[in-house]
Write a protein that binds this ligand. Structure first.
Ligand SMILES: [Zn+2]
Length: 336
């Protein structure tokens, strides 16, 4: 490691682990960076200028690895956070995207360019889109419409030779006694991986557990088209619990309160509730979006208007309804 600030943090980390160290590190590196465990920094990548919507995580060690870049529009924020932490251009050893949706992977081409030694890790089913993003951008433009350019940005290509596929169970060495283990976790998307840190025990769950913005405080499922698959999503959640993580960290946003067992149980319950409401509406010839709004808007009544807007932009009822409807139709047609 070259950066002085980074060296300083490493020293703190290996010495006194008391919680007084945390505010100091956070004060030095800026208010959007926060230590959440030994050698784990949460970076708020401030999608759209919004706080606590999109998180990246720096896992520290001799070979530091970033989990999630956030969108391309967040790259400037991310790079200045990494620089403030003391991660120099030659220091970052790896960057993992949990999946290739643009709010998670949109920045990866730019990050790869800024950190020429970093290997780029991705699910097998996402790899070709990082090397050749044109099709991904085209489909994203249909999903996001004008928000593609006004909010998310696009995706710069990553050179093929920098891309490493992570099969289930693959390990990335971060330090002497720290590895990150890839957990294949389809359901939200077929190209979804979670990452389990051996040292802190934290499982970085991407979007596979759902979305819970801390200021809204409600866990919602993330079931977008075209990939959402209920059975796979539940299977992935059970696999998370089986790994006995210490905590679960969401991309949207941060460590989710509660024991991982409780969190997984709640995530399964929430998925079941949403799919049940959608299915009933479909069978009764009702409107799925209306039915979901009616059933679940009340739980957000305590959240501010801006929190509701963040959630609707990132993980709207419209998108969840479309994903669930598509999965139910495939299931009913025997196409799963
Ligand atoms: Zn997401």
């Amino acid at each position: 490691m070259q950066g002085r600030a980074y060296d300083g943090y490493m020293k703190n980390k290996s010495g006194d682990r008391s919680s007084e160290k945390a505010p100091k590190a956070s004060a030095r590196v800026g208010s959007n960076v926060r230590p959440i465990a030994e050698g784990v920094l949460e970076i708020d990548t401030l999608l759209g200028g919004w706080e606590r919507v999109t998180a990246g995580y720096l896992i520290e060690g001799n070979e530091p690895v970033l989990v999630e870049t956030g969108s391309q529009s967040s790259v400037a924020i991310l790079l200045s956070a990494l620089s403030a932490i003391g991660v120099g251009p030659n220091d970052l050893a790896g960057v993992v995207v949990t999946h290739i949706h643009l709010d998670h992977a949109g920045g990866v081409g730019d990050v790869a360019r800024a950190f020429p030694n970093a290997a780029v890790y991705v699910h097998e089913k996402g790899a070709r889109h990082l090397a050749d993003p044109e099709r991904l951008i085209n489909s994203a433009s249909q999903v996001y419409g004008p928000l593609l350019d006004s909010l998310y940005g696009r995706l710069a290509a990553t050179p093929q030779e920098r891309i490493h596929v992570l099969p289930d169970g693959a390990e990335i060495k971060v330090g002497h006694s720290r590895t990150l283990v890839a957990v294949d976790s389809p359901g939200h998307a077929k190209h979804h991986l979670a990452i389990h840190d051996s040292l802190s025990g934290i499982l970085f769950a991407g979007d596979a557990v759902g979305v819970r913005l801390p200021d809204a405080g409600v866990l919602r499922p993330a079931t977008p088209p075209p990939d959402f698959d209920m059975d796979q999503a539940i299977h992935s959640l059970h696999r998370f619990a089986e790994r006995r993580p210490s905590q679960i960290a969401l991309a949207h946003y941060g460590i989710i309160p509660g024991s991982p067992d409780e969190v997984v149980e709640e995530a399964i319950q929430v998925l079941n509730n949403w799919v049940d409401v959608a299915e009933r509406a479909m069978h009764n010839g009702g409107d799925v979006i209306d039915a979901l709004e009616k059933a679940f808007s009340k739980e957000l009544s305590g959240a501010s208007e801006i929190e509701q807007k963040k959630l609707e932009t990132l993980n709207g009822v419209h998108s969840n309804a479309a994903g669930i409807r598509r999965w139910l139709a495939k299931r009913d047609a025997g196409q799963l």
